[in-house]
Design a protein around this ligand. Structure first.
Ligand code: GRG
Length: 355
C-alpha cells in the first residue's frame, strides 16, 4: 500500500538489517504522524465547519505517492459522509442501513475525481467540492443498493459484505436507496455557498444519474440480457450506466473550482473516457478476478449472458479499447500541462485496477 516515496528508498531496498530497522521505525513514525495529523485536521473542520484538511494535505502532495494520495482523499470523503449522516435526525433503523451501505469500503473514485478536478482548475479543494463529492457518492451507493435487489441483478455480496437487502430486508433496501438519492440533492441545495453553483451541480447530477443517464443505461442493460448484443448497444449501455457518472464527477469538480467553459468541456470528455475505460475494466475483472478480490460476486455477467466488452469483442480487444480510451482521456488533459499529472495517474490507475 505504501509505495515508493520520492527521494527515499523503499523498505526492500534499504540496505542491511540495522538500516532496515531504522527505516521501519521511521516509516511507522510517518504513518502514525500522518494519521494523527489527518484526525487533527478533521477535528478542526468539524469545529469550524470549514475546510482545512484538503489545504493541509495539498502541501505534501508532491512527496507522497499516488496510491497514498488516493487513499487519503477517499478517507477525507469518508469523514465528510460520516459527518453528514451524524448531523441528521433520521429514523434509527434507516440510519443503521444508511451507515451500513455508505460506510462500507467503496473505492470512492467518483468522489475523489470531484475533488481532484476542483483542485486542478481552482487551485485547491473548497467546501462546495466537498459537498459535491458526498452527493455523488450517495447517488452511486443508491444505484448499487437498487442494482443488487432481486428485481434487478439479485446479488448477495457488495463491497465485501452482504448486500443491503440481505443484511436488512428488501423494503429497507429500497428505502435506503431512496433516502440516499434524495439526501444527495438535499445536501447540494443546502450546503453549496452560491445558489447559482448549487443549481448547476443539481442539474448536472440529475442529468447524468437520471432518465437520460445512468437509469437509461440500467434499463438498456436489463433489456439486453440474453439478447444478441451489438457493439453499438454495448457502448450505449456502458456510456449511460457508468461513464456518465464519471463525467458528472469531473463536471461537478470543474463547476466547484470555477472552471472556464473550455476547461469544463475538456474535463467532461476526460470523465466520459475514463468512465468507459473503468467499465471495461469491470467487465474484464468479472471474468478474470475472484469474488474475494472484488468484494462482489465474480462471473455474474458471463452467467447472465450480459452485454459486456469481453462477450462482444473478446478479452484482448477489450483491453485494446480500454488502452485507447485511456490515452484519449490523457489527450484531454494536454491544455492543463503538468498540473494535471494527478489526473493522468488516476486514469492509469482506473485502467490497471484489480478490484
Ligand atoms: C439501479 C438506477 C440503478 C442503476 C444501476 C451503477 C449501476 C446502475 C449498477 C451497478 C452494477 C454495475 C456493474 C454498474 C456499473 C458501474 C460500476 C462498475 C459500479 C461499481 O462501481 P465501483 O467499482 O464500486 O466504483 P465501489 O463499491 O468501489 O463504490
Amino acid at each position: 500500500m505504501f509505495g515508493q516515496i520520492e527521494g527515499q528508498p523503499t523498505l526492500a531496498g534499504s540496505g542491511n538489517t540495522k538500516n532496515k530497522n531504522h527505516f521501519a521505525v521511521y516509516y511507522l513514525f510517518l504513518i502514525v504522524y500522518y494519521d494523527f495529523s489527518i484526525i487533527d485536521d478533521r477535528r478542526q473542520v468539524v469545529k469550524s465547519g470549514q475546510l482545512g484538511v484538503e489545504a493541509n494535505m495539498a502541501k505534501s502532495t508532491s512527496t507522497i505517492d499516488f496510491n497514498t494520495r488516493l487513499r487519503r482523499k477517499a478517507q477525507s470523503v469518508n469523514y465528510s459522509l460520516q459527518r453528514i449522516l451524524d448531523s441528521r435526525r433520521i429514523n434509527s433503523e434507516l440510519k443503521e442501513a444508511l451507515k451500513y451501505t455508505l460506510g462500507a469500503p467503496g473505492k470512492r473514485v467518483r468522489s475523489v475525481l470531484v475533488l481532484w478536478c476542483c483542485e486542478l482548475v481552482g487551485g485547491q479543494v473548497n467546501s462546495n467540492a466537498e459537498v459535491a463529492s458526498c452527493a455523488i457518492e450517495m447517488v452511486h451507493t443508491y444505484s448499487l443498493i437498487h442494482d443488487d435487489l432481486p428485481a434487478m441483478d439479485d446479488d448477495d455480496l457488495r463491497r465485501g459484505q452482504p448486500t443491503c437487502h440481505k443484511a436488512f430486508d428488501e423494503a429497507t433496501a429500497i428505502l435506503t436507496g431512496d433516502a440516499l438519492l434524495t439526501l444527495a440533492f438535499e445536501i447540494l441545495a443546502e450546503g453549496i455557498d452560491q445558489p447559482v453553483v448549487a443549481v448547476k451541480l443539481i442539474n448536472q447530477l440529475a442529468q447524468d444519474a437520471g432518465a437520460a443517464g445512468m437509469i437509461a443505461g440500467q434499463m438498456a442493460d436489463l433489456r439486453a440480457e440474453k439478447s444478441v448484443g451489438t457493439k453499438k448497444m454495448l457502448e450505449y449501455i456502458h456510456i449511460n450506466k457508468t461513464a456518465k457518472m464519471f463525467r458528472c464527477a469531473a463536471a461537478m469538480g470543474a463547476i466547484c473550482g470555477g472552471a472556464t467553459q473550455k476547461q469544463f468541456e475538456y474535463l467532461c470528455e476526460y470523465g466520459l473516457h475514463v468512465g468507459l475505460a473503468f467499465q471495461i475494466a469491470d467487465d474484464i475483472l468479472d471474468e478474470t478476478a475472484s469474488s474475494e478480490q472484488l468484494g462482489k460476486t465474480a462471473g455474474k455477467d458471463l452467467k447472465a449472458a450480459k452485454c459486456t466488452y469481453p462477450a462482444i469483442v473478446g478479452l484482448e480487444k477489450a483491453r485494446e479499447v480500454q488502452e485507447k480510451l485511456t490515452s484519449e482521456a490523457m489527450g484531454m488533459l494536454k491544455p492543463f500541462g503538468q498540473k494535471a499529472d494527478t489526473l493522468r495517474q488516476f486514469a492509469t490507475a482506473l485502467m490497471e485496477r484489480t478490484k
